[in-house]
Ligand binder design. Structure first.
Ligand code: PLP
Length: 368
């Protein structure tokens, strides 16, 4: 039995009766596909972010894929993204026939903006900045680069609902943005689900077609698309959690700050720069530590469930061999894979549990 658990899902849904009752109503009405709960969630999500269009889809991966398709990105095009992202960012680019071009990250865990220019070719069509861990890169500079070269921006905001840079929210900077409601994301449902947001009504119309097999109405098919609808039943779950999205986010931020204060005195611990004009939402509370593997083992042996995101950099995975990247080509991503550790930071963790995490790490480094 862990003294401090990483996953809070059993706690989060310990009393699902209210949700189940509402799901029963959907079942009684047979409102299963693109029903009222989906429309309600899309409307509320648009309000939460201050965007014109939200389009519910089957996953965050599909949100990326459909965004790329809707923006006419495909064969022969190159799309730049971060070397240290989750696999599906690269998978989505590949799915539409475009070539993923990776760029190293910096110590914010996001794409190193200084390195983007050098990766742009005449084939580059889009940038997918990934707001990893709930952090964000300097989106002002990324917007500037996109204007200079005429590139589209699709934000991979799957880990960063309610994050913002310069007071402007994640998902509102680009031509489109992808969110995920996978059970482990900050705003979660019971299966897979995702959302695309965009302020462009024409692109939104195309996205709505693409998620529903290109069907305009009962009789007409306009484009070949996908079966990628957000489930009505799951939209009920999303609608039930949405009212607490802001307070859950504030709780995560407060928990992260509690860790920061306690851990910053440990010389072997490196905390990311917190002075940027950034509202980080801590999908993951990730720090860099000396002797990472021993530290992780020490924590796990003492019932403190910590994680590593990710021990093997994506560009060195077998699935990406065809891109031809070499070992060590992304030195910061490489270094992070040996240094990063993720501590539980969710909205349900107690201060007592956080103290146990802190004490365990201090003990490992023999700090009193
Ligand atoms: C989770 C995640 C995705 C994919 O979302 P799914 O809903 O699991 O398909 C894409 N990018 C990043 C950075 C993610 O964390």
């Amino acid at each position: 039995m862990n003294r401090v658990r990483y996953s809070y899902l059993p706690q989060q849904f310990s009393n699902p009766n209210k949700i189940l009752k509402e799901i029963k109503e959907v079942i009684e009405q047979g409102d299963f596909t693109l029903g009222k709960p989906v429309e309600e969630f899309e409307r509320k999500f648009s309000n939460l972010l201050g965007v014109k269009n939200s389009i519910g889809v089957a996953s965050g991966t599909d949100a990326l894929k459909i965004s790329l398709r809707a923006l006419n990105i495909g064969y022969g095009d190159e799309v730049i993204t971060a070397a240290n992202t989750f696999v599906s960012t690269v998978g989505a680019i590949n799915e539409v026939g475009a070539k993923p071009v990776l760029v190293d990250c910096d110590d914010s865990y996001c794409i190193d903006v200084d390195l983007i220019d050098a990766s742009i070719t005449e084939r580059t069509k889009a940038l997918i900045p990934v707001h990893l861990t709930g952090s964000m890169p300097d989106m002002n500079r990324i917007s500037e680069i996109s204007k200079r070269y005429g590139l589209r921006i699709i934000e991979d905001a799957c880990q960063s609902v309610l994050a913002s840079f310069n007071e402007k929210k994640a998902g509102t900077w680009g031509n489109a943005a992808a969110f995920s409601f996978h059970p482990l994301k900050n705003l979660n449902i019971w299966v897979d689900g995702g959302m695309i947001v965009t302020n462009d009504d024409t692109v939104a119309d195309r996205m709505r077609l693409l998620r529903n097999n290109g069907i305009r109405n009962r009789d007409e098919v306009e484009v070949l698309g996908y079966n990628s609808r957000l489930d009505s039943i799951q939209a009920v779950v999303a609608n039930s959690l949405l009212p607490q999205a802001v307070s859950d986010t504030e709780k995560r931020i407060a928990n992260a700050s509690y860790y920061d204060q306690a851990l910053k005195i440990i010389p072997q611990v490196k905390i990311p720069d917190r002075t940027k004009p950034l509202k980080q939402v801590y999908h993951i509370y990730q720090i860099r530590v000396a002797n990472r593997d021993q530290c992780v083992k020490y924590c796990l042996d003492r019932g403190v469930e910590v994680k590593i995101h990710y021990p093997i950099p994506l560009y060195r995975q077998k699935a990406l061999e065809f891109l031809g990247y070499e070992n060590g080509q992304f030195p910061v991503t490489e270094r992070h894979s040996k240094e990063v550790i993720s501590l539980p930071v969710d909205q349900y963790i107690t201060q007592t549990e956080q103290d146990i995490v802190i004490e365990t790490i201090k003990e490992f480094y023999a700090i009193n």
